[in-house]
Every structure is written in C-alpha cells, then in structure tokens.
Write a protein that binds this ligand. Structure first.
Ligand code: PLP
Length: 458
C-alpha cells in the first residue's frame, strides 16, 4: 500500500436506511424500555454496537453462493462444500454443522464432560460456561493476570496461565479434566488475542497429561492477524498459514459462524476423534437435525463456506482490526478511559473511571450506555454490575470486577464516518460526565437479568 490511509476494502452494493429518532422519541423509548437498551426496537437505534454476532454484512459472493445452496435433506452438496473448506483450514476430518456456536458447545459437553469435572479455559464465554455448568461441571477461568488489568498493554492479554493450569491438573487429577479450552480471541476478556507460543505451551501441558485441547475458535481469523502483527516470526506468514498452525495444535474446535464465519447464523463442531464425533452426531439428530445440515439451510452452509475464505483475506483483516483501533484511538486521545490495547471486535469504555461519583450499586456502566443512546442514538452494552453483580442475602450486591460499556463493531457494516459520529457522541457524553446520575433496578429475573431488567434513574 503506497498510502497510509487504510480504506474499507469493499464498496457498498446494497444499502439499508438508518435514521436518528428525535430527542423526544429517544427519551420516550428509554422510558418505555425501562432504561434497558435490550428492550429498544432496533429501528430506534441509529448505530447499533450491541454485538458483532451475526450483525455483519455478507459479500455479493456469499449472496450468490446462497442461490446455489443445495437443500437436500441428506448429503447436500453444500455440506460437502463446507466440510471441504473446514477440513482444509483445520485438518480436522470430522465436521458437524450446528445452528450456532452454543449448540456445538452443548453437544460436545453433553458427550465429553461429566458431573464433577473441571474445564479450564482462558476465559469461558457466557454460553460456554453455562453449558459446562449445566453438565454439573466447573468452568474455570485461567487467563494471565495482565488479562484482568484494563491498563496493561501486554500484546497477548488473552493468554492462558500455564503454571496455574499445571497446578489445577495436579490438584484435581487429569482424569477429572476432560478437556482444556482456549478461546481465540478471548471475547469475555475484551477480544484479546492468544499467542502461538502460549497455544504451544498449553498443548504441551495437555500432552503430558493426555488431555485434549479444544479451541473456542469464534474469532480465529482476528487472532491470527494479531499473531502476524505482534508475534516474532509470523510477520511474513499469511493469515491462513497462521490459522492452520493454530488449529494444528488442537484436537477439536467449537465455532460460531456469526463471528468470523461472516454469516448471519450458523456454527460447527470439528474434531479429529471419530468415535466422539459419532456420539455427537447421534445427539445432534435429537435436537438439531440430520448431521449434514445441523439445523441450517443448505444456503447457510454455502454462505459460511464462502465467509471462511473471505475472512482470511489480508485486506479484510487489516481493515477490520484497524477500524476497531480507530475508534479506540479517538476515545483515548480525548482522555476517555478505555480498556487497552483495543481487542479485535470491540472498544470497551471504563465507566468506573469516567463516572467515579456513581457507586457500582447504581450501575455506572449502564448509566453511560443509556447516555450514549440518549445523546446520539448509539447502542452499546453494559458489561458490569448489572450483568455480573451478585445479589447477597442482606439485600446488597457484590459488584462486578469492572464497569464497562462494550461497543462491538459489526463486520463490514459501518463506514468511517459512522465511527467518527460514534466518537463524537462518546466525547460529548464524557464532557458532561459529572452531571450523569445512576440507576436502580425495579424489576429483574433470577438469572441473566441484564437482558430483561427494568431500571429507574436514582
Ligand atoms: C458468540 C460466542 C459463542 C457462542 O456462539 P453463538 O453463535 O452466539 O451461540 C461462544 N464463544 C465465543 C467466544 C463467542 O464469541
């Protein structure tokens, strides 16, 4: 590239209108939604950064591939096509399509994890944790200490703490550890990458104890790009070569195609073990469908197959990681506290630092998320005490470790000016931070309350 400006490596071919509701409409929407942004009508949002899951834009080639999808119940051509792409990428001969990542998790854990087992991971994604706990097993987070420090600039904050892994295996015994997982990139830890060196070390520990290593590979391509940028020895390798090396270290992988599959729905479970895969297929038939479609239409399988090819293109990955860093840099330059360095798919605003006058019991990150919507119609998501606070018997609450607002960037969906707009909204809200007040919960469910809770300004 002769010039410094990194451009979106696509042009827009089909558009969807977006509009900003008036200030009065936004206020009314907030009141109706109980100050919970999950309750908004998506049309009431102008820039939607709630999640990057399934919200990306497909290419013309993906749409074209959907037209040739084979909807045969069994042995669909589209399944063979996806299997070939996955096999070529992972070298794993067993590929089981599923309707989402969590279906792959549920099927894998139902067959491989028993009550009383312990499953270590750098940080379990919430559906992964829930599916392990559903089997009566323990989901253990072993990310390195830097991964829990918002200010640490460690290049691979998603790395798993290998010493602690050894200690856990020694403590509970290898027979109670049915698998070790590593999430690439580490979503719940801020989309932070894992180094190849760390994957190799984890694999060596697994080999010493005869434990299989599974990747939660939802953002494998973004992780491969970070390795290329940051890990010595990888600058001249292609993202595909790096991804193949990552997969070569694992026995199997769970995958949500709604992330680096560049599709709007789908996922898969892949592995080497033919016997375990056979049992997983039998379970799949019970809830997901025949093993050659796994709850997806043939056209979805085509879109994922094509997406897995496009996601490894260097121009795409350069734009993708740059567009996240661009928003982070704008916020940082204006003195808005964020988690550093920015990860692959999202920017995290640190509400505890920005709103020190709001105690965790009044949900500072929720207050910040509400203001971003009130001011500019931008929707992010609270990742703080509303999501993770633990109610105590005496009516108080143990706060979350951090009070963050996550702004997740959908793939290939917003332009640079959209992001400039988001930055302007963040800066305007930050400027009047001292005037922002907290919230209290007036209605909430016994679990996963952040999805449905209703709140009131204090
Ligand atoms: C999204 C995600 C999942 C779950 O995938 P779904 O398709 O949403 O079911 C699991 N792990 C990680 C790291 C994810 O980001």
């Amino acid at each position: 590239m002769p010039y410094r400006t990194i451009i979106e490596p696509f042009r827009i071919h089909s558009v969807q209108e977006i509009a900003l509701p008036s200030a009065a409409e936004r206020e009314a929407a907030l009141e109706r939604a109980g100050y919970n942004l999950f309750n908004l009508h998506a049309d009431e949002v102008i820039i939607d950064l709630l999640t990057d899951s399934g919200t990306g834009s497909m290419s013309d080639a993906q749409w074209a591939a959907m037209m040739v999808g084979d909807e045969s119940y069994a042995g669909s051509r589209s399944w063979y096509r996806l299997r070939e792409v996955v096999c070529e990428l992972t070298d794993m001969p067993q590929m089981i399509p599923t309707h989402q990542g969590r279906a792959a998790e549920r099927i894998l854990f139902a067959e491989a994890v028993r009550e009383g087992d312990v499953v270590p991971n750098n940080t379990h994604f919430d559906t992964t944790r829930a599916n392990i706990e559903y089997q009566g097993a323990e989901a253990l987070d072993l990310v390195i200490a830097e991964g829990r420090d918002p200010a640490s600039e460690h290049p691979f904050k998603g790395n798993l703490d290998v010493e602690r892994l050894e200690a856990v295996i020694a403590d509970v015994g290898a027979e109670r550890v049915p698998m070790v997982m590593v999430t690439v990139t580490n979503n719940s830890g801020g989309g932070q990458p894992v180094s190849m060196e760390n994957l190799r070390e984890v694999r060596a520990v697994c080999d010493r104890h005869g434990i299989p290593l599974f990747l939660d590979a939802c953002r494998f391509a973004e992780n491969a790009w970070f390795i290329k940028l940051r890990e010595p020895g990888y600058a001249d390798k292609t993202p595909r070569e790096i991804a193949r090396e990552m997969f070569s270290l694992a026995e199997g992988a769970t995958f949500s195609a709604k992330k680096d599959g560049l599709a709007n729905i789908g996922g898969f479970l892949a592995m080497h073990d033919e016997e375990l895969a056979g049992r997983c297929r039998n379970l799949l038939i019970l809830t997901e469908g025949f093993p050659t479609y796994g709850g997806l239409a043939g056209r979805d399988l085509e879109a994922i197959a094509r997406g897995l090819e496009e996601v490894l293109e260097e121009e795409y990955l350069r734009y993708r990681i740059r567009s996240t860093a661009y928003l982070a840099e704008k916020a940082d330059a204006a003195g808005v506290p964020i988690v550093k360095p920015p990860g692959g798919h999202a920017v995290y605003l640190d509400a505890r630092t920005l709103l020190p006058h709001i105690p965790p019991s009044q949900y500072p990150a929720q207050a910040l998320a509400v203001e971003l919507y009130r001011d500019g119609g931008v929707r992010g998501v609270e990742i703080g005490s509303l999501m993770f606070g633990r109610p105590q018997p005496d009516g108080t609450e143990e706060p979350a470790a951090m009070e963050l607002v996550r702004l997740a960037i959908p793939r290939r969906t917003y332009t640079q000016s959209h992001i400039d707009y988001v930055a302007e909204v963040i800066l305007a809200v930050a400027e009047r931070a001292p005037s922002i007040g907290g919230y209290r919960i007036v209605e909430s469910a016994p679990w996963l309350r952040h999805f449905t809770a209703r709140l009131q300004p204090v």
